[in-house]
Design a protein around this ligand. Structure first.
Ligand SMILES: Nc1ncnc2c1ncn2[C@@H]1O[C@H](COP(=O)(O)OP(=O)(O)O)[C@@H](O)[C@H]1O
Ligand SMILES: [Mg+2]
Length: 421
């Protein structure tokens, strides 16, 4: 297709513009898994080519550029690779178990916005891709006469006020099961049945540190989760796990480093009314840290991550290495503390400002003017420490900046972007 073919304009929807996919349902998870690599960044074109476009083509191209900067690719980092490795091994060695035997679990710990959710979901999705292929898209555990929808992975977000009932409901929400008027024993039975019927091999409970372990109900949730380890590999993801009280009942095995929890002793305390097995529960605890800037290897990893982002920037006046050249890596590290999510916020906002003003490149002056505000991101629970601290910005230089123009991309279909003015 040539970019200037007016015949193509009507069908030009160059990127998915639908609502954000909610991964916490069986359909949403499948849709995300199947489309997670579909996003195509805006084509690289010269300013000359851009100027030759019709106003509508320019409008669409600008939208596509903005979408490109807000859908920066998930890149493997040394820290995400370590988590991926631990999770993959655990899943692989336990997915094949057909008996009700306790499977070891995994806890993934890290600060907010450090990429825990993305890393864990990507590893789980990759497992599911292979698992479905291996099983020819059939449910190996299908019970005749029951629903046969296989869900090797269930992704569940811990409710903000998690109680045994609401945690069960969140899990059942993933499977689309009706739980109206169910009491707790029925709910727990239904959860166990749903996990078995959908042949679920991995249950991810994200943001588990929303549980405040001083509440009795939270301990009950934990007992219930430990019971589920007979059926599926449980992956718990959270912020500050070691301080959350989640490990309080556990002790660390000095030989393996795993956290070992005693079996639920008082059966009446367990929300699970099925037999509580007397085996202890084991969790491997892994950390997902931010980038560091202390050794040549760590600096090189940061610069390489910036290089991956750099190749996605679609600004007309940017020089070859806008993020990796000179002191820029150090500056970006100072602004973000090496937290991938904060870096993404900064780059997205800065690119928007660069397009908006017509400057079309990133420089220190522009970046200094861009604040990072993770508190505005929906879905983060500040009380559970999910909103990351942003490194303080040194006082700005006093020179007054010229006021930037307002971006018109979203309100004028025929409007030219600043790059053409
Ligand atoms: N490996 C990565 N490479 C690039 N961006 C990432 C990576 N991991 C996460 N991000 C981005 O960082 C932001 C926060 O990631 P998320 O997984 O939600 O963090 P957490 O669960 O730790 O709070 C998201 O916008 C995500 O796209
Ligand atoms: Mg998360």
């Amino acid at each position: 297709m040539t970019l200037h073919d007016p015949g193509q304009e009507a069908s030009l929807v160059p990127f998915p513009a639908g609502p954000v996919i909610d991964r916490a349902t069986i359909e949403g998870w499948a849709r995300w898994r199947l489309t997670r690599r579909d996003f195509k960044p805006a084509p690289v074109i010269s300013l000359g080519e851009y100027k030759k476009m019709s106003p509508r083509q320019r409008y669409l191209h600008d939208l596509h550029r903005i979408a490109t900067h807000s859908n920066l690719p998930i890149q493997e980092t040394p820290m995400s690779a370590a988590v991926d490795d631990a999770m993959r091994r655990l899943i692989q060695s336990n997915a094949v178990k057909r008996t009700e035997r306790t499977r070891p679990g995994l806890m993934v710990n890290g600060g907010g916005f450090q990429g825990k959710t993305e890393t864990v979901c990507e590893t789980a999705a990759e497992f599911e891709d292979h698992w479905l292929e291996l099983n020819n898209y059939l449910n190996p555990d299908a019970v005749p006469g029951t629903r046969d929808l296989i869900a090797p992975v269930a992704y569940v977000q811990t409710p903000v006020t998690a109680k045994p009932v609401s945690t069960c409901q969140a899990i059942l929400d993933f499977f689309g099961e009706d739980y109206k008027n169910m009491n707790l024993p029925t709910l727990t039975r239904t959860v166990r049945r749903a996990l078995k019927e959908h042949a679920t091999r991995v249950l991810i409970l994200d943001d588990i540190t929303r549980l405040k372990m001083h509440r009795e109900a939270d301990q009950d949730v934990l007992d219930f989760i430990r019971d589920l380890m007979n059926i599926t590999v449980v992956v718990l993801v959270g912020v500050g796990i070691s301080k959350s009280g989640l490990l309080r009942e556990g002790r660390q095995d000095t030989r393996t480093g795993e956290w070992v929890f005693p079996p639920v002793k008082d059966k009446s305390k367990s929300p699970n009314d099925e037999a509580v097995t007397q085996t202890e529960r084991r969790f491997k605890l892994v950390n997902l840290d931010p980038f560091s800037y202390d050794t040549p290897q760590n600096i090189a990893a940061w610069v390489s991550h910036l290089g991956g982002i750099e190749s996605q920037l679609r600004l007309f006046n940017a020089h070859d290495q806008p993020l990796t050249n000179g002191t820029m890596p150090e500056y970006l590290y100072r602004r973000t503390g090496g937290v991938v999510g904060l870096l993404g916020c900064l780059i997205e906002e800065a690119c928007m400002a660069a397009i908006d003003s017509g400057q079309e490149r990133l420089d220190f002056e522009l970046l200094e003017d861009v604040g990072i505000h993770p508190g505005k991101i929906p879905g983060l629970n500040a009380e559970a420490g999910e909103v990351p601290a942003v490194p303080e910005q040194p006082a700005k230089s006093k020179s007054p900046r010229k006021k930037r123009g307002r971006n018109t991309v979203f309100d004028d279909r025929g409007g030219a972007s600043a790059a053409t003015s």
